[in-house]
Design a protein around this ligand. Structure first.
Ligand code: ACO
Length: 322
């Protein structure tokens, strides 16, 4: 069985930057409250004519350039998104066509903010079992389209963006293990109620937007992430000190700090982009990874822990030798 190694990373952020000050003019909030409660300073917002597939494609092209492979080497595309361009076809199929690829399998995964970890888990299994050799894994989201811009409890927390990695089969070390979980009983703590099979007849405007009981999600996220990080290290015979970098889902700086504290990791060994990107859901881990690879903090051979928590609830982790 082969291992799956990350051979290239790429990111894409829309041009428009929205500051906390700008939000002060839209809802009853303050720069101070947002920074203190979430660590967010600004976020990117997609242009009106920009779609999730546009951002996914841009991130994919950056990852392909970094990997220095031919696009035709890709034999599987997995896109993690909850904000697809269309009900169908999948965003992955749209990206496949725009990359000029034919016949290879391409599909989307919806696991909300844990989507990238789920996609990585699936791609890793394809490579380990010989089903694919070079996989494009993307996390791409336009949350600005599912935010109620009159609801201060949610609209200040999210942003738009896309991140991608190319995985390739190798005999060397790569993804060491992935772990994914879910618990559907918390559905209504974090959801967008509208959906195709729920019908559009009685749908309210609010149902098309994110509804979240933030403080309950916060508590669950902190305890769950602490547990999964320990579980992942233990299963692989590693200790906290072996980790070079924690690359967590970027929902809230306080959640990230609490997870790092439980792991005994100083914040200097945690990649944080929530201040600049806000929560970009399934794009947040590949975007954070790409930032730290490009600025030279993450080096070949480093031991990385990815961890995420999101709606569902879903949660997961990946231990990776970069
Ligand atoms: N500006 C000013 N005040 C606000 C704002 C705002 N933007 N939003 C809420 N408040 C107020 C509340 O109304 C409340 O006021 P009250 O005390 O008078 O009732 C007060 O601030 C405190 O509200 P809390 O919700 O208790 O604040 P908390 O410290 O929990 O922070 C936050 C809120 C930032 C949402 C936090 O709970 C959080 O990050 N939760 C987790 C989010 C998350 O991780 N989501 C998972 C991933 S998302 C996905 O899967 C799609």
């Amino acid at each position: 069985m082969s291992n799956a190694r990350i051979i290239g990373t790429g990111g894409y952020l829309p041009k428009r930057i929205m500051s906390n000050k700008e939000l002060e003019e839209i809802v009853d909030t303050s720069d101070e409250w947002i920074r203190e409660r979430s660590g967010i300073k600004r976020r990117r917002i997609a242009a009106d004519d920009e779609k999730t597939s546009d951002m996914a494609l841009a991130a994919a092209n950056n990852a392909l350039a970094a990997a220095a492979i031919d696009v035709t080497d890709i034999d599987l595309i997995v896109v993690a998104t909850t904000t697809a361009d269309k009900v169908f076809p999948s965003t992955a199929c749209i990206v496949q066509r725009r990359l000029g690829l034919e016949k290879i399998p391409a599909f989307d995964i919806n696991a909300a903010c844990s989507g990238f970890i789920y996609a990585l888990d699936v791609a890793n299994r394809f490579i380990r079992t010989g089903g694919a050799t070079t996989v494009l894994v993307i996390g791409a989201e336009i949350y600005s389209r599912i935010l109620d811009w009159t609801d201060r409890t949610t609209c200040v927390l999210f942003g738009d963006g896309a991140g991608a990695v190319i995985l390739q089969a190798t005999d060397e070390e790569g993804i060491i293990s992935t772990h994914i979980h879910s618990d559907g009983k918390h559905e209504e703590l974090l959801h967008v109620p509208a959906g195709v099979s729920s019908g559009y007849a009685d749908v309210t405007v609010e149902a098309a937007y994110i509804q979240m009981k933030g403080n309950e999600v916060f508590r669950k996220a902190v305890s769950t992430l602490g547990a999964i990080a320990k579980e992942t290290l233990l299963e692989n015979g590693f200790e906290q000190n072996d980790l070079d970098w924690l690359v967590p889902h970027q929902a809230n700086r306080r959640i990230i700090s609490a997870a790092a504290k439980k792991l005994g990791l100083p914040m200097e060994r945690v990649i944080v982009t929530v201040d600049e990107h806000a929560n970009t859901s399934s794009a947040s881990i590949p975007l954070a990874l790409d930032v730290a690879v490009r600025d030279g903090r993450i080096q070949r051979g480093d031991l990385l822990l990815f961890e995420a928590f999101g709606a569902g609830f879903t949660w997961g982790s990946a231990l990776v030798r970069y």
